[in-house]
Design a protein around this ligand. Structure first.
Ligand code: C5P
Length: 223
């Protein structure tokens, strides 16, 4: 019965974009809608999990029964995730974390000056890599949005970030689903297996992905 697949497990899910201030009125972010992460949170809850959803700014409301932690910056997301990660059995990183922040955000609004301006950027911490390097790491599932080399980049991330599973999808093409779409398709890879999840609603996809996660989690726990 699917309603029991994740019974009693603690599942942490990151979702949405992060947002990095440049000055008090401007920020760096991306087009992530949060839909995939919120769909996963909803279905994981329906499967019996205790779900914590750590979300950047999106226009969605928390699914019923899900604990929502709202954050803005990557550093805030990192701290909110790390604060609860010791109790997590499964971590799913759907957040489109902003890779670079402004090195020195201005405390006042930047004024127009020269025709060209430079913002110095500083690399952000890789949250999922930090989660997956914990001694008691949860079963860790990453996402990879790519515009080229999907399989190669996904497998590279699976190994380099020490993940247990990665779900890869094409972005940048309207017909392929992706960032702001209600639909998506996923190529899922883990150590020793792979599966294609065909284009469907993000809710259906969430269910199919969580069935895979529950199977792999059970297999891993049994070994
Ligand atoms: O390397 P890339 O950003 O493509 O990897 C995507 C995966 O890594 C996603 O699961 C995303 O949530 C996670 N990630 C992260 N922290 C970052 C960058 C990506 O957790 N700074």
């Amino acid at each position: 019965d699917r309603r029991q697949l994740l019974q009693g497990l603690n599942v942490s899910i990151s979702a949405g974009p992060t947002r990095e201030p440049i000055d008090p009125v401007r920020f760096i972010s991306n087009r992530s809608s949060g839909k995939m992460g919120y769909a996963l949170a909803q279905v994981a809850r329906q499967m019996g999990a205790n779900v914590t959803l750590i979300s950047g700014p999106v226009s969605l409301s928390a699914p019923p029964g899900v604990k929502l932690l709202q954050v803005e910056t990557t550093q805030q997301m990192y701290e909110a995730i790390m604060a609860g990660i010791a109790a997590a059995d499964i971590y799913i990183g759907t957040a489109a974390v902003v890779d670079y922040r402004a090195a020195l955000p201005e405390s006042h609004k930047i004024k127009k000056q020269a025709d060209q301006a430079i913002i110095s950027l500083q690399k952000n911490i890789d949250i999922i890599a930090a989660v997956a390097s914990l001694p008691n790491k949860p079963f860790t599932v990453g996402f990879a949005a790519e515009t080229q080399g999907l399989e190669e980049y996904a497998l590279d991330k699976l190994n380099r970030k020490n993940l247990d599973m990665i779900a890869a999808n094409w972005v940048g093409n309207e017909t392929e689903g992706g960032f702001d779409s209600d639909q998506n398709a996923l190529q899922v890879f883990w150590h020793g297996g792979r599966q294609t999840l065909d284009m469907t609603s993000k809710l259906q996809l969430a269910e199919q992905l969580l069935v895979l996660v529950a199977q792999r989690f059970a297999d891993k726990s049994a070994t």
